[in-house]
Design a protein around this ligand. Structure first.
Ligand code: TRP
Length: 453
């Protein structure tokens, strides 16, 4: 991730590339958001549609972003100016910046909850509490006008400090150790969760699809989440792609990152849903789902204290490695378009995003009566960024690769690092030219009511 520091030096190793991209992809999206929206949209049917979108839309978009970045060696905005000079394509960059801005505002709030839960775990604050008490605690905490904002600001400061000071020495070094640790804890949690009394209902909910429960909104959210969880649709991976050297096999990188990200989301689902049913929690609980479910699991396992401390620390770290990749999109834009220094642009971006984040946080308590499209500020920003901005960004990215950049250049770009079988190339071009754009367009048009299925 050294390239983030201004001069465009490249990632040092293949593992470094995967760690950086996976560090961006694996975050709150996998552990917090996936279980909560899967719960809202009915479980297994949502899971399968989401997996379908990961394969036919997500992976092609990811490869497209990496190609755009590596070829242009620029940030999300500049990339299109280099590859398609004098055309309106560069406005995709503006859309990306807006998306990054919105996403980080609520992302910081949820990461802040994670920090608060580290402290509560340290005080052993959950043990001996009933599921009702744990749920009541979360609601009270959320409605507090001060505390969650303090934690949100702490998280935003950490994110900003890393983006200013340097990613290589801090984050890159630690994520290589911390990410595998997160997976181990998640697996231990899965084991505890599936052996709880009444766990089976949770596994059925997660893996046994009832497609009749699927709504248009559920399908749109599955698409939006495929983008969100893989960090797609707003130029994060264009930026990272620009730090990847010519010899890297981009297709393999896409496969590794996608597999890691998807498996972690599924593990999170296995850790959560059996416990949700065992403790009589509503799967459609919403954004608080993991915060009201997991403390119950911890209080029911030997060594629960230490596991809960570790878990919430790792959750915060996973959020941090994602948040820096979101902030970087905004910072790079301010820096290049307004000729600010890296430090100034980071400070300005962080302050503006934090202010919007405070509104998100307050919208769960004091500002809960303010509604946008029938949702509170937090839910509205979460919904519109993932379900509109990212898919629209992704739509233009695949259209660009399929119709403007074209097969010949894709072939040249991909075969730099490896031999690309024709069949792979043809399938990829078919996906980015037709399948992915059509699917995204159909899902979006269905939502705005212009098309009904
Ligand atoms: N993918 C991250 C997560 O799952 C969040 C994230 C980081 C992101 N960079 C992004 C989402 C770019 C959309 C676009 O938590």
């Amino acid at each position: 991730m050294s390239g983030i520091q201004g001069k465009r030096d490249l990632f040092s190793s293949k593992f470094g590339i995967i760690a950086a991209a996976a560090g961006s992809a694996v975050g709150l999206g996998n552990i917090w958001k996936f279980p909560y929206i899967a719960g809202v949209y009915g479980g297994a049917a949502f899971l399968f549609v989401y997996l379908g979108f990961i394969i036919v839309v997500g992976m092609p978009v990811m490869l497209s972003e990496l190609i755009i970045g590596r070829k242009s060696k620029r940030n999300a905005f500049g990339a299109f100016k280099v590859l398609a000079p004098g055309t309106p394509w560069k406005y995709i960059g503006i859309l990306s910046v807006a998306a990054a801005f919105l996403i980080l505002s609520f992302y910081g709030v949820v990461a802040g909850w994670g920090i608060e839960y580290v402290f509560i775990s340290l005080k052993n604050g959950f043990s001996g509490n009933s599921p009702e008490e744990i749920a009541a605690f979360f609601t009270a905490f959320n409605h507090d006008p001060i505390k969650p904002i303090v934690y949100q600001l702490v998280f935003m400061l950490l994110t900003a400090a890393i983006v200013i000071v340097g990613v290589k020495k801090g984050i890159e070094k630690y994520t290589k150790i911390l990410m595998p640790l997160l997976v181990i804890i998640l697996l231990i949690l899965c084991a505890r969760s599936v052996t709880l009394d009444g766990a089976k209902a949770g596994l059925t909910f997660l893996f046994n699809p009832d497609f009749s429960k699927l709504t248009g909104d559920g399908i749109l959210s599955a698409l939006g989440h495929a983008f969100f969880t893989l960090s797609l649709g707003m130029g994060t991976l264009i930026t990272y792609g620009s730090y990847i050297d010519k010899n890297n096999n981009l297709a393999n990188t896409v496969l590794s990152v996608t597999l890691a990200d998807t498996l972690i989301a599924i593990f999170a689902g296995i850790a959560i849903f059996p416990a949700v049913f065992a403790f009589g929690i509503e799967p459609s609980e919403g954004p608080g789902l993991i915060f009201v479910t997991l403390p119950n699991v911890f209080s029911q396992m030997p060594g629960g204290f230490i596991f809960s401390v570790l878990f919430f620390i790792l959750l915060t770290v996973a959020a941090l490695t994602s948040a820096i990749s979101i902030l970087e999109v905004v910072v790079a834009y301010f820096k290049e378009e307004f000729k600010m220094s890296r430090k100034t642009s980071t400070i300005v971006a962080t302050i503006l995003i934090s202010i919007l984040g405070m509104l998100c946080s307050l919208s769960l308590g004091d500002l809960s009566s303010v509604h946008i499209f029938g949702l509170n500020i937090f839910d509205a920003i979460d919904w519109v960024s993932a379900n509109v901005f990212l898919p629209v960004g992704g739509l233009f990215i695949v259209l660009f690769i399929g119709w403007v950049f074209g097969k010949k250049k894709v072939k040249a770009e991909l075969s730099d690092g490896s031999k690309i079988p024709d069949i792979f190339l043809n399938v990829f071009i078919f996906l980015v030219k037709l399948v992915a754009p059509l699917l995204i367009a159909i899902v979006l048009l269905n939502k705005v009511g212009l098309l009904n299925f």
